[in-house]
Design a protein around this ligand. Structure first.
Ligand SMILES: Nc1nc2c(ncn2[C@@H]2O[C@H](COP(=O)(O)OP(=O)(O)OP(=O)(O)O)[C@@H](O)[C@H]2O)c(=O)[nH]1
Length: 530
């Protein structure tokens, strides 16, 4: 959860910084660029308007008849033949004048905005006009802005020549018009922003207000002043004559730092991160995690049988499948080793001839007996059985036959004792030991009796004996664990061995109880069977 919150904050911060340092400045620069272009377009429109006025005066100045009239200072000719006041007025021209080469008026007339005739003293002589602080039209020296009747106006003049720009000048033809809202309205064609005209009095006084100066087509800034961008027209002395203003372009973007697009960006980014995480999790994290868990489990439990399912195709899945193969190999080898160990253990505890347990196993057997038996709480007996005159049997019948006899004796001993609780051990060459769990001296005696009888019943011929019996027999020594006395295996075995010695001494083919066995409340009647 904390990770998700931190991720959201990080993404929001990154997006905000990108918006603040990159997106918003880029948008703003684009919009300012547009504003700049609009201002330049206004200046260009003004130029065009002046150019069309210039054409008007130029076209008029090349007529030969007018040239002659100008040359002759023929004011009458102009008032009778050059009657174009109405045409001029219709296209916004406020006045026209023809000056002779001395700069004095030959003919001309001016009207104010109401159509009344006026006599602007600024235009008395051409010299007077040109001596004023003017603003020149960048493309032509013969177009100037000035003040006529204290109002901004544009004046356009041209030499009166015989032919196009050639020959000697016979005078100067001049037309002028006021710069006002109607002049500006004519400019609006081709410009989407509305253009407003401002007289000196209506102009903002702050220096920051003016974004551009006419004649200096560099936009100094594009920060609007009270919602408008101003272009001022200043005289050579830098005296403002008038200004035009436009509305800056509408910003088509939200300039706030936090925007709904940030949230959309956040959601998209989080979704992409989530999808990427799910993909990485599926492709890498999960298989590697399974590999880690499998290895941990196998090492902790020493169990290499587990097999995870790795279905993907990338390196992580391939590593997982290799791990499965390695685990299977280890598991197989481990099983084999365990099996071999078991076999080895069994072999090390087993007598190879008879298949009985051997003496090594006996030690472990006593150690692992249940506590009631080891503490003497429950009775227990040990029998040591020895084949009589076995040396002579070997001598007479051979060692191989002797081995067979030992196997037969082992079978008899095993078949007549309890498989799950008693233990039959090949104790020495022809000596066998039997441990009878929870067996009283009476039960042990009975077992001894049975074993002697069963061997006799086999009636294995033994012609090498010293005595008259011609069959194979056993002698057995029996020792019982005394009640309540802790088990001392060596002592118990010694007593059984002593009892065996007694049985041998008593003529063999019998069993004898060790002396101490009697103290375990055993009937005295148990003794040699012969
Ligand atoms: N065939 C065979 N003989 C063995 C084996 N182990 C021991 N013997 C023989 O068993 C004989 C034991 O002889 P002894 O200890 O003198 O005793 P015995 O001849 O049985 O005489 P008593 O015990 O006094 O009756 C030896 O001759 C050993 O060689 C075996 O695995 N196979």
């Amino acid at each position: 959860m904390l990770g998700i919150i931190l991720a959201c904050l990080a993404i929001l911060t990154a997006q905000t910084l990108i918006r603040y340092y990159w997106i918003l400045p880029t948008f703003e620069a684009m919009a300012e660029d547009g504003d700049k272009q609009d201002l330049e377009r206004v200046a260009s429109q003004v130029n065009q308007e002046l150019e069309s006025l210039h054409k008007l005066v130029y076209d008029s100045a090349v007529w030969d008849a007018m040239y002659d009239a100008a040359s002759n200072n023929d004011a009458e000719w102009f008032s009778t033949n050059f009657v174009i006041y109405e045409s001029y007025r219709r296209i916004g021209v406020n006045g026209w004048y023809l000056y002779n080469t001395d700069g004095n008026i030959i003919s001309g007339r001016s009207y104010n905005e109401n159509g009344d005739v006026i006599v602007p003293e600024e235009l008395d002589t051409l010299t007077k006009l040109l001596g004023r602080d003017l603003v020149t039209f960048p493309a032509s020296e013969n177009s100037v802005f000035t003040q006529i009747d204290d109002k901004p106006a544009v004046v356009v003049y041209h030499d009166v020549l015989q032919s196009e720009n050639e020959g000697q000048s016979a005078g100067t033809l001049l037309i002028w018009r006021y710069i006002n809202q109607s002049f500006v309205d004519a400019l609006t064609l081709g410009i989407s922003n509305d253009i407003a005209f401002h007289t000196i009095l209506q102009m903002p006084t702050s220096a920051d207000a003016v974004a551009m100066r006419y004649g200096q087509p560099t936009v100094t800034h594009t920060q609007p002043f009270f919602g408008r961008l101003y272009m001022s027209v200043n005289s050579k002395q830098n005296v403002p004559l008038f200004a035009l203003s436009i509305e800056p372009r509408q910003r088509q973007y939200s300039d706030s730092l936090f925007d709904p697009s940030l949230l959309v960006g956040l959601v998209i980014t989080l979704s992409v991160i989530a999808l990427f995480y799910i993909w990485i999790n599926h492709q890498l994290i999960r298989p590697i995690s399974h590999i880690h868990d499998s290895v941990s489990y196998a090492m902790r439990n020493r169990d290499f049988s587990c097999q995870e399912v790795y279905t993907g195709r990338n390196e992580a899945f391939r590593l997982g499948r290799k791990l499965n193969e390695m685990f299977a190999l280890i598991d197989h080898q481990r099983t084999e080793v365990l099996m071999h160990n078991k076999q080895l253990e069994k072999m090390s505890n087993t007598d190879p001839l008879t298949g009985l347990s051997n003496r090594r196993h006996l030690d472990k057997y006593f150690d692992n007996l249940p506590l009631p038996l080891r503490s003497g709480k429950l009775p227990m007996a040990v029998l040591i059985a020895d084949v009589d005159f076995f040396k002579r049997y070997n001598d007479v019948y051979g060692h191989a036959e002797g081995d067979k006899v030992l196997v037969n004796v082992a079978t008899v001993l095993r078949n007549n004792t309890r498989a799950n609780s008693d233990l039959v051990v090949r104790y020495g060459g022809e000596e066998f030991l039997i441990v009878l769990q929870e067996a009283s001296i009476l039960a042990a005696s009975k077992v001894a009796e049975t074993l002697l009888g069963e061997i006799r019943r086999l009636a294995i011929p033994h012609k090498g004996r010293d005595d008259s019996k011609q069959i194979l027999t056993l002698s057995i020594g029996v020792a019982c664990q005394r009640s309540g006395e802790p088990l001392h295996p060596d002592f118990l075995l010694k007593r059984a061995d002593d009892a065996l010695y007694k049985a041998k001494s008593s003529g063999r083919d019998c069993y004898m109880l060790s002396d101490l066995s009697y103290s375990a409340n055993i009937p005295e009647s148990v003794s040699a069977t012969e």
